[in-house]
Each structure stands twice: as structure tokens, then as C-alpha cells.
Design a protein around this ligand. Structure first.
Ligand code: UD1
Length: 427
């Protein structure tokens, strides 16, 4: 069992290169199922979720070349999708990564059949996939639920008008991919506007899909008979970028972030400036500095372009050490405050009341052993370790490895005292 040990209280200074976005890479890998041939995907982050997704694709018959590291550019993988020999995503994989559901739309659209395990609950809430299923049904798919699996069949999907009750990121992506090969026009209303959704749409356009309205809440897709393979670059990870901006807020000092995409982070940058961080952007670079103690501010998570739920835990850490009282409201997932008891172990003063957390800033956190509970909560604990006085040990860091590429190396390169160790667990 690996752990991170962080000696807090040392300010940061240095340069960090932002990796390709996990949440853009997963749908891009899924989209390769839509056309037979050789795809090249570049700027892939080196993450456990990406390896899991590549195994999932291998299970369907997609072969991939060994990933090669391109200096300063992330990883590159070549996928061959000519022959799809299987239609199933098994429970063992879907259980570890809900985003496996992304194969449903493209696999069904290309081959006429898909069988995928239902994901079940996960740590941050129920996270159903009913929008994905209802949407495909509207497009003419026949669905059966059997033994924890959903089986979908359709000789060719037909375009439909689909309305999302709330905007769903992977839901929009799944249906956009399916609609690209459907007969006729599909309109997705109240669709997700996240940059990762738009990036997938652009990849599909490069493959020959006819899509309009990317980045807006109404996306129109005119189905085509066939798509072609492409070579594609994954966009920078805005959640990783936001996490490092906040790392500078937690530890103090200054950081330069390269290969970032500042325009994806407007709501976050505005909020961080409001609490007293100095942030400047130029092209693909961001510069951040904390000179004095931060001030508190309220925040509510919302679909893009609002403040992202994936940065809520990290922002809460900043509020825990800021001056004043703040209210953090989580509107996307119902159980996303599992980091609160861990932060309180470090001396924070946070009380959860329904979907809000009331955070009374304290002057100082003190190190203690803590446990990561999910991906973004683990990033929040790393930031807490940077801020806390003494040595913080974080266990269950496999959550972190799902979504942050070499986080401890990146932070250590910028002056943090952080180490990954192998520890024997007492149970
Ligand atoms: C994606 C991101 C995740 C991020 C989340 C919200 C990926 C791989 N993951 O997750 O990092 O935290 O967006 O920004 O891109 N919902 C339903 N039924 C559905 C689908 C969703 O009720 O069929 C609800 C969810 O429970 C949630 C809301 O819709 O309350 C939004 O979830 P959604 O955007 O679908 O999240 P994911 O795509 O799973």
C-alpha cells in the first residue's frame, strides 16, 4: 500500500507542466470505436483510468501500440479499431471506472450491439446512467436489463430530439457519438457545455461527423454513414490546472503553469482572485502567487461555465485556512463532502448542513494521518498536507493516481517536501 508523506509549511516556487485532460482523453478513446482503422491519440496523460480504458478497448478487440512518451508533449498511442470482436464491458472494469459507460453509444452505433455492466453506486453519490439509456432508446435502441448488465441492440440508430433533465457530461458525449452514425438528425437540448464535450465534438467533426452548436446547450448532429480515423491531441486538464493554482494558495509562493488553457477556467480564476491570489495569464501559461493570507468567499458548484464540482474539495481546503466564514454549496453530486472529516482531523472547522458546508477559517492546520476517499478529495488532502504544520501522511492514494499524473513529482519539482512511500498496513 502506497502513501504520500508531506512536510507542510514550505512555500512553492517553480514551473509545472499541465497534462492532457483525463476527462477529454476518455471520450476520445471511446470515439475511436466509431470508425475502423488506425487512430493516433496524442498528449494522453499517464493515469490509471487511461490504462483501464485501454484494457477495456483491448477486450473489445482494439489493439494499441505501446505508448511512447513525446518530450514535453505527453504520451502518444496508436489504436487499431479495424476489427471489433466483442461487445461487452464487464463489471470488473466498469466498477473501477464509471466512464466505461462511454463505450455504449459508439459501440452500439458502429456494430449494432453493446452489453455493459451497470456501474452501481460510487463514493460520491448514486450517479445513475438513465439519461444515457433513455437517449439511446429514443434513438431506437432496444434495451434489456439482465443480471446487472444492460444489453443494447439496434440495426441502425435513428436521429431524435433528446432533452436532458440536467446537463450530463458523459451523457452528452455518449449520445453525440451515437448520433454521429445515426440515420437523420439528433438534437440534444440542455446538453453539457464543458470544454471536454466540445473537444470530443471537434474530434468527431475531424472524423467526418456533422455537428453544430458545440459549447452551447443545444447540439445538433446530422448522422453520416461512415466516419474515418484521425490523429488527435488531447486538450489540457483544467481540473489539474485549477488544483495547482490552489496548491500555490495552500502553500504560498508562486508557480508558473505551462500548457494550460486559461479560458477554460474563468469562473475558477475569478473566484481565486476574489480570495486574494494574484493570477496572470498569457497564451498557454498561467502565473499564480500568494503573498498574504487568503480571504473567505462563498462558492456554489454548477455545470460549466460555473465553478466545477471537481475543484470543490480543493477550494474547501483554501477556505479552511482563510480569514472569515464561507459557505460551499455542492449542487452536482449528493455525497461529495467526504473530505470534511479528514480536513477536520487536521484542525479545520467545517460543518456540513445538507448540500452546504460551512467553513470557519483557522489560522493553521496541524499534520495528522488522513485517508483519501475519492479522486478529488485526495487532491484536497495533498493541498492540506502542503499547508499543515508537520508531517501529513495520506493513505489510499490509488484514488489520486486515477486522475493526477505524477502529482508528487510535479509538486516536488516546485519545492514541495513530498514523498511517495510503500507502507505495510496493519490490516
Ligand atoms: C463527468 C466527469 C466528472 C465530473 C462530472 C460533473 C468524466 C469522465 N467525468 O462525470 O469528473 O465530476 O462530469 O462535472 O467526464 N445524472 C443522472 N443521470 C444520468 C447521468 C447523470 O441523474 O444518466 C446526474 C448525476 O447524478 C449528476 C449530474 O447528472 O448529479 C451530472 O452528472 P454528469 O455530468 O453525468 O457526470 P459524469 O458525466 O458522470
Amino acid at each position: 500500500m502506497e502513501q504520500l508523506v508531506i512536510e507542510g509549511g514550505h512555500s512553492l516556487k517553480g514551473v509545472i507542466r499541465i497534462s492532457g485532460a483525463k476527462n477529454a482523453a476518455l471520450p476520445a478513446l471511446a470515439a475511436t470505436l466509431l470508425a475502423g482503422g488506425e487512430f493516433e491519440i496524442r498528449n494522453l496523460p499517464e493515469l490509471r483510468d487511461i490504462r483501464t480504458f485501454l484494457s477495456l478497448l483491448e477486450g473489445l478487440g482494439v489493439t494499441n501500440s505501446p505508448e511512447a512518451q513525446e518530450p514535453g508533449k505527453g504520451r502518444r498511442v496508436v489504436l487499431n479499431t479495424i476489427s471489433i470482436s466483442n461487445h461487452e464491458a464487464a463489471y470488473d472494469l466498469v466498477r473501477t471506472m464509471r466512464a466505461s459507460v462511454l463505450i455504449l453509444g459508439p459501440l452500439l452505433a458502429r456494430t449494432g450491439a453493446a452489453r455493459i455492466s451497470l456501474p452501481g453506486g460510487c463514493a460520491i453519490g448514486a450517479r445513475p446512467i438513465d439519461f444515457h439509456l433513455k437517449g439511446l432508446e429514443h434513438m431506437g435502441a432496444r434495451l434489456t436489463l439482465k443480471a446487472g448488465y444492460v444489453e443494447a441492440k439496434a440495426s441502425r440508430l435513428t436521429g431524435a430530439e433528446i432533452y436532458f433533465d440536467v446537463p450530463s457530461v458523459t451523457g452528452t458525449e455518449n449520445l453525440m457519438m451515437a448520433a454521429s452514425l445515426a440515420r437523420g438528425k439528433t438534437t440534444l437540448k440542455n446538453a453539457a457545455r464543458e470544454p471536454e464535450v466540445a473537444a470530443l465534438g471537434q474530434m468527431l467533426q475531424a472524423m467526418g461527423a456533422r455537428i453544430q452548436g458545440l459549447g452551447s446547450s443545444v447540439i445538433e448532429i446530422e448522422g453520416v454513414k461512415e466516419l474515418k480515423p484521425v490523429s488527435w491531441d488531447i486538450i489540457p486538464d483544467r481540473i489539474e490546472t485549477g488544483t495547482y493554482l490552489m496548491a500555490a494558495g495552500a502553500a504560498g509562493g508562486e508557480l508558473r503553469l505551462q500548457n494550460a488553457c486559461p479560458e477554460y477556467l474563468e469562473a475558477v480564476i475569478a473566484k481565486l482572485r476574489e480570495i486574494g491570489l494574484e493570477i496572470e495569464s498569457k497564451g498557454q501559461e498561467l502565473w499564480v502567487r500568494r503573498k498574504r493570507r487568503l480571504k473567505s468567499a462563498d462558492v456554489t458548484t454548477l455545470p460549466y461555465p460555473g465553478f466545477p464540482t471537481d475543484l470543490q474539495a480543493q477550494f474547501m481546503l483554501l477556505m479552511a485556512i482563510s480569514e472569515g466564514l464561507s459557505v460551499i454549496t455542492e449542487t452536482i453530486f449528493e455525497n461529495r463532502f467526504m473530505h470534511v472529516p479528514e480536513l477536520n482531523r487536521l484542525g479545520a472547522d467545517i460543518r456540513v448542513d445538507g448540500r452546504s458546508a460551512i467553513v470557519r477559517g483557522v489560522k493553521e492546520l496541524t499534520a495528522a494521518p488522513v485517508m483519501a476517499t475519492d479522486l478529488r478529495a485526495s487532491a484536497c488532502l495533498v493541498l492540506a498536507g502542503l499547508a499543515a504544520k508537520g508531517k501529513t501522511t495520506i493513505s489510499r492514494i490509488y484514488h489520486l493516481d486515477r486522475g493526477y499524473e505524477h502529482m508528487e513529482k510535479k509538486l516536488a519539482g516546485a519545492g514541495a517536501r513530498i514523498q511517495r512511500i510503500r507502507a505495510e498496513m496493519p490490516y
